[in-house]
Design a protein. Structure first.
Length: 396
């Protein structure tokens, strides 16, 4: 649902498009699409929606973007995205106004992508990066992919060194999905910043994102929390509420030549939420170019820790208290624990300047007793699987 902050920009964009006929040269259309097929080699779990049958539904999409230049300093942009993944809603992906009085300074206001990771701005544009699946340990649904607010961008050059600064502030409301759990999230104040340094083929990057209060609703555990409160165990119920501060810090580096590249990102997510603790993730990737073909190898890893809430409900006193006791035990094992190591071997062939074919094989090595980004169907699943994917990427 588009929030009130976006409505003025929606109306403004409609007005701008209504005069497009007389100013067609100021209106530009572009877009991108991807068709992705994949499967994993087990019936005991699903990963990112993939099971042991070939599916095109999880990552395939198409998007169209319209950019309208009002003047030399003002422009408006909108992007509509149609997605086949049932965990994502199709519709307006971004919608914003831009004020850019110079090439080195820019302000955007509206619905925007959250610019945290290196490829956050273009994660839906598969043509923009080497993989079919960017490393799940970082590019998962933990982070808030978009927000409604404003950002400021500034670029400074010092000889051959180019430094980009970005600061942003806004609100977020959406549903996140992880390991089969759907979480409604609402954040009234979200802010962060990015510093990126480029020198030749070298890029260094750091970013932060912070939310002083994250408010969530999880339908699956709501009845348990209500039961705890009704029985007078409010303190236990409050510890399972995800309504507190959360933030993340990122470091990234890459070096790209005409023949090869190496890149990596490291991320730490922390919070003051009782039941959640920390998540640390990273990846390192190497690629080698053979004319129009890119061969790449990536190792990615994540380690997540949770806090076990002390179960102080007395056991054996009454059937009602026993029910609550076991409910708390279930809640302690409910939240995702996404420890996962992944090796990904892939190839990309740029058949044209705007079309690329990709193929990937990923070895997924999770930990028994952890969710490891899987949705587990059978308890004896050892959290190890292989993911196969092929894709066609297209920009137009």
């Amino acid at each position: 649902m588009i929030k009130l902050i976006v409505l003025p920009f929606t109306m403004a964009f409609v007005v701008l498009l209504s005069v497009a006929e007389s100013c067609a040269e100021e209106l530009k259309f572009s877009g991108f699409a991807r068709a992705v097929a994949g499967k994993i080699d087990t019936k005991k779990a699903t990963y990112e929606g993939y099971d042991d049958s070939i599916s095109f539904s999880e990552k395939s999409l198409i998007a169209v973007q319209a950019d309208y230049r009002v003047s030399s300093s003002f422009s408006a942009s909108a992007q509509i995205l149609l997605h086949t993944d049932e965990d994502r809603e199709s519709g307006i992906e971004w919608l914003y106004l831009t004020y850019a009085p110079s090439e080195s300074f820019q302000i955007n206001i509206g619905r925007l992508r959250t610019p945290f990771l290196k490829y956050s701005d273009v994660i839906d544009v598969g043509f923009a990066y080497p993989w079919i699946n960017a490393p799940q340990q970082l590019y998962s649904s933990y982070l808030f992919s978009q927000y409604e607010g404003a950002n400021v961008r500034l670029r400074r050059s010092f000889g051959d060194v180019v430094i980009d600064f970005e600061a942003y502030y806004g609100k977020y409301q959406d549903e996140l999905a992880s390991s089969g759990i759907n979480v409604d999230v609402e954040i009234d104040d979200m802010f962060g910043g990015v510093i990126e340094v480029n020198y030749g083929g070298l890029q260094l990057r750091t970013a932060t994102i912070s939310a002083p209060k994250v408010e969530t609703t999880i339908d699956e555990i709501a009845p348990f929390l209500q039961g705890l409160r009704a029985a007078g165990f409010d303190s236990i119920a409050e510890q399972f509420d995800i309504n507190d501060r959360a933030g993340s810090f990122l470091l990234g580096a890459s070096y790209d030549t005409l023949n090869w590249y190496v890149s990596g990102e490291w991320m730490k997510v922390s919070s003051d939420i009782d039941v959640l603790a920390n998540l640390e993730s990273f990846y390192v990737s190497y690629g080698y170019y053979l004319d129009e073909v890119l061969l790449h190898l990536t190792f990615a890893s994540s380690r997540q820790s949770l806090n076990t809430i002390d179960n102080v409900i007395p056991e054996g006193v009454s059937p009602e208290l026993d029910q609550l006791y076991f409910a708390v035990e279930q809640l302690n094992s409910f939240f995702p624990t996404d420890d996962l190591d992944t090796w990904t071997l892939g190839a990309r062939w740029d058949v044209k300047t705007n079309i690329a074919f990709k193929a990937e094989l990923s070895l997924l090595n999770g930990k028994e007793g952890r969710t490891s980004f899987y949705e587990v169907k059978e308890n004896n699943f050892d959290r190890n699987a292989t993911l196969y994917q092929v894709a066609v990427e297209w920009i137009f």
